[in-house]
Each structure stands twice: as C-alpha cells, then as structure tokens.
Design a protein around this ligand. Sequence first.
Ligand code: AIR
Length: 442
Amino acid sequence: MTPGQGSPTTPFIAPGATLGQGSATTPFIAPGATLGQGSPTTPFIAPGATLGQGSPTTPFIAPGATLGVMGGGQLARMFVHAAQQMGYATAVLDPDPASPAGWVAHHHVQADYLDPQGLARLAELSAAVTTEFENVPASALARLAERRPVAPAAAAVAVCQDRAAEKAQFLRSGVACAPHAVIESGAQLAAVGDDLLPGILKTARLGYDGKGQRRVSTRADLAGAWAALGRVACVLEQLLPLAREISVIVARGVGGDIVNLPVQQNLHRDGVLAVTQVPAPDVAADVQRRAIAAARQVAADLGYVGVLCVEFFVQRDGSLVANEIAPRPHNSGHHSIDSCDASQFDLQVRALTGAPLAPPRQHSACVMLNLLGDLWGGPGEPARAPDWAALLALPGVHLHLYGKAQARPGRKMGHLTVTAASAGQADAVARQAAERLGIEAW
Ligand code: AIR
C-alpha cells in the first residue's frame, strides 16, 4: 500500500474511538479513539510513577513527582499531556466524572472544589498544585497552599476573578485600560459619568466567553441592564473604537524570571474566541512590543508564578487597552503546542516545578481555529461530526479534541492548528480547513 494514501475501502475511525493494537485488517483509526495499552503480556507502566513528592521547601520538583491541578477541563488536559511528556505523574481535582483531564491524568480526585477531603487528597498526591480556571475558589487554593506549593497563588488568582480588582492592577502597573466605573450600589449607578456611555456593563465576577455583559447606550439602558444582571457588582466600561484584539502569554518563575510567547491576534465571534493568528498579521511591531512589556509588567507586579495571559484591545489609533488577565494558560495560546519549541503548557509545568524558563521560539507560522459544539449540530438537529479525514488531508493540520462527551453550541470541543513555513501558507490552508468545517472565514 502506498504510505499515506489509505485505501478506498479503508473506513475512517473517527476521533473518540478506542484504538486497539493494529493488525493487517485495522483501517485508519480517527482521533478520539482509545489506543490500547500494549499486549496482554506486556505490563504497561504508566508515565509518572511516583518517585518522591517534593515538599514545600523543595526548589526544583524533579520529573517523577506528581503535579496536581484544580479543574479537569481542556486546559488541565493539555497541562497533563505536557507534564507526562516530561515524566511527571498527574492528579486532577474535578467534580465531573467525565472531565477531559480526568480521562488522561493518573489520578482523578472527583470532588467539589471546596470539599476538604478532596483538597486533602489532592495535596497528599501532589508535590505542587496549579489551577486551570480562574473561578477556582481562592479559599481552596489557600487551603492547598498550607500543605504544598501552589502556583499561581490564591491572592493573584483573586485579582483575576474580579474585573474591578483587575482594572486597579492595570492602573498600578501603569497599563492603560478602558475608562470605567465600578457599580455596586444604586448610588454608584446614579453617579456614573455620561462620558462612559455608550458603554458595556460587565459583571465584576464570574463572566466568561461574553457571558454577563450588556451593551448600554443611555442611562435608562444602564439601569435596566444592571437590574437584568441581578444588581450584582459590575464594571461599566466606555465603548471604545477597537480595531483588533490581541493577547500575550507570559510565564514567570518563582525566582522572578519571565518569558513570553509571541503576540497572538484573536478574532472573537459571539463573545467566544474563533480564530488566532500568530504572528499577528495586522499589529505593528511597536504595538506588539508594548503589549509584551505590559504583560510582563503585570506579572512582575503581581509577584506571579505560573502562566498568565493578558488580553488587549488595539484601538484604531494604535493605542493599547488592557482588557483582562487570565491566571492560567489561554485558548489563544494553544497554537504554541504545535508552533513553538515550548508550549504554554510546557511553561506551566516549568514554572510550577521551579525548572528554568527558556525563552520559547516560534518555529512555524500558525493559525488556530476553535472547534465549537455547533459543528456537532445545533439543538434539535441530528448529531453529526466534522469530516476529520478531510481536514487531516490538508498539510500542517494538527487536530486537538478534548474528549468532551456532550457538544453544546459555543462549547469548546477542540481546536485545530495549521502550521506552515510562512504566515501566508498557514493562512491559505487554514481557510481551506475553515471551508471544510463550514466555519466563516476571517
Ligand atoms: N477554561 C477555563 N477558563 C476559560 C476556559 N476556556 C477551560 C477550562 C475549564 C473548561 O474551559 O479548561 O475546565 C470548561 O469547559 P466547559 O466546556 O466544560 O465549560
């Protein structure tokens, strides 16, 4: 058989299937299938067997130890992959029995984020603990920190959980953000300056992927929107003439060393990231330099340890406005797995274990497309799946699926990166991939 051609009669085994051992009759097994574990006579020794667990005073946690993560979504799953590649064992705490990272980690502590027994178990298993979502209760991180090194620290995560605290941090770091007002009471609502309208009212806490936001033009709109959001603490931001959205990911070590990934240009649709291009095609070099400097400054000022992402808006006049901080790897940095010699997840492992942070280098131009649940069929439509084989036929395509059991509109089910020798080539192939997926071009 001609390598790489498949045969016309070979059925495609789509992602999610379980892969067996291969045989003359084994057709192509698509991503998502479960690969078997070696032969019945070969015992499988899982990566990361526990070889000593470090301690809060251990500066470098060597491979063989177990690394813990709060949360078991796709970000934890990719952290687990990176940690395992480096020889660490992994433990995930997530209440969901079918969490994407629970599938692949050595240990899945299935417990609520505040469950004292679950937290104790995670601490017992892990030499150090990180987090994969910012809404992890800060008190849970503080509790874990009594027993193990935790990075990022609860205090830094707490800043990122609250838009008002986040904006105050930007201002402390000398980083511009949108003119805004904090609204926690009727009096503060009444005192809002007219210069902030039209604006966007955002809940201070627990908003993500465009949720908890309302556009407002008049004072009446504002009062209505605040009521609709339940009169919870909010931040009203002036609506700005935005040209682009970009993000910068940095990793900071416990000794204060900082490295960054290249600037990412992001396109959002319906409040959810759709496309990331790296290098950023439409952002001037000096804007990129300023964004990188600002992100590094914020990480340094927070005394941050771990991977952090700052999202920025580029205004039409080229000025930068910081939007928010994610205290974790970020969707816009997923390209780094395939396009850089150290991914954001490799950096997360290094920062957590106290390993040196070598500056990452981008070796391939890259376009990332998010694979949202809509591709599996909308509500009421028959379930379907994208034609993976058609996508995998394109050069430089890397398919990442998160193993989520249920597709919902807007839910991040996976992503696809296209790497190439030039940005033009990556873009051209990514457009073909988008067309095959039925995703609108950019
Ligand atoms: N996540 C966390 N903050 C933002 C994002 N995207 C990731 C984390 C989390 C997962 O999204 O990995 O666990 C939750 O995804 P879902 O589809 O279950 O809501």
